[in-house]
Design a protein around this ligand. Structure first.
Ligand code: GLY
Length: 379
């Protein structure tokens, strides 16, 4: 068999492309992932790994709420199956999230969000300052109140992408890194579709192609014009601190301007800015300051912690900030991008839905609102 031939070729080795590939590889499907850099090296690496339905989604985003909730529910088995297939721990933490209000104004806004979440059946509880500090002693004694979201968990996103690569390979799939797509040739006569890559102008063929190139999905070289999803990069500056005793944070902590995500290994991810700067990936003093300023007013003890890393990621933001998942208008070309702030959490639902469709099944109803066809421009 031609080693560059497969049932499904996936363009983009971020958490979305890799998760789909893993779910397909589990069924014995022949799958190849083409990644222009290193797998999981872009937005999936510069994420915090929050698995949040309640804390990350805004009012009136009912479809996205439903999808994030579905994704969070899938995560415990998604994580344990992934650990089993790869032999790598992904640090799934189910301590829940504390959403903290820094002052009475923020507490009023938080109260409205809390009532909205309660009306929609979310597992949230209102905590006074004393109750919040009792659960998370390193919260600032100046916060006004907090909401505890019991179902908002976290995972180590870098461990997840490492585990996905290992699992795909262990199951006979392939992840080709440093392999940049230069052309996509879709066959309209029912034959195999082809992709060319650099270096070496290699020629790959497959029965179907998945576009999962994150913020680069719109501008991918050689993509048929009609299949270009409306995604753009949304810059996020983020930093990692090292928790040192006696400092310890157990829960994910969120405010309006920052979030803090502890790992079992002592790392503490603090993020993130949200900036419309195109493909600019410069770290800026202002960006890091705004993240730290938003974080220290909730957890002042972070000011004494050593900085391990500063980084920048580019989230794939669609025109309506909702994911784009489903068949494009080009037969054989499936799109899975635009996950914006929710790529890590939504990888579980997206992978299961996409794998089901790519294996010949139906798209689950929960995914219908996110079809690429919603952006169709009628002539
Ligand atoms: N979900 C966190 C972020 O995008 O910053």
């Amino acid at each position: 068999m031609n080693p560059r031939e497969s049932d499904t070729l996936i363009i983009g080795g971020g958490i979305i492309g890799l998760s789909i590939a893993w779910r397909l590889a589990r069924t014995g499907h022949r799958v190849i992932v083409l990644e222009r850099g290193s797998a999981g090296g872009e937005a999936s690496r510069m994420a915090a790994g929050m698995l949040a339905a309640t804390a990350e989604v805004g009012y009136e985003e009912f479809d996205l709420y439903a999808l994030c909730t579905d994704a969070v529910r899938r995560w415990p088995s998604f994580a344990s199956e992934l650990e089993e297939d790869s032999g790598i721990s992904v640090d799934f933490r189910s301590q829940g999230t504390m959403v903290a209000a820094r002052d009475p104004d923020a507490a009023s806004a938080l109260r409205r969000a809390f009532e909205f979440q309660q009306e929609h059946g979310f597992e949230v509880s209102w905590l006074t300052r004393a109750e919040a500090l009792d659960r998370e002693p390193f919260l600032s004694p100046r916060i006004a109140a907090a909401v505890y979201a019991a179902d908002d968990h976290s995972v180590d996103n870098r461990a997840v992408t490492r585990a996905l690569v290992a699992a795909i390979r262990a199951l006979g799939g392939r992840v080709e890194e440093e392999t940049e797509v230069t052309d996509v040739l879709m066959d309209t006569q029912g034959g195999d579709h082809r992709v060319h890559t650099a270096p070496g102008n290699a020629d790959w063929s497959a029965g179907q192609i998945v576009l999962a190139a994150g913020a680069w999905s719109h501008d991918l070289a050689g993509l048929p014009e009609v299949a270009r999803p409306p995604v753009r990069p949304v810059k996020g500056q983020i930093l990692t601190l090292r928790m040192e005793a006696p400092f310890r944070l157990e829960h994910v902590v969120r405010g309006t301007r920052a979030y803090l995500v502890p790992r079992t290994n002592g790392r503490l991810v603090v993020g993130a800015t949200s900036e419309e700067m195109g493909f600019n990936t410069e770290l800026t003093a202002g960006g890091l300051w705004s993240v730290l300023d938003g974080a220290w007013e909730l957890v002042p003890g972070i000011l004494d912690l050593p900085v391990m890393e500063t980084s920048v990621g580019l989230r794939p933001g669609s025109r309506d900030h909702q994911p784009i998942v489903g068949w494009s208008d080009v037969p054989g070309l499936f799109v899975a991008t635009g996950h914006y702030r929710h790529g890590v959490v939504l990888s579980s639902s997206t992978a299961d839905a996409a794998a089901n469709v790519l294996l010949g099944g139906d798209m689950p109803a929960i995914m219908h609102p996110f079809s690429p066809t919603r952006f169709r421009v009628e002539a």
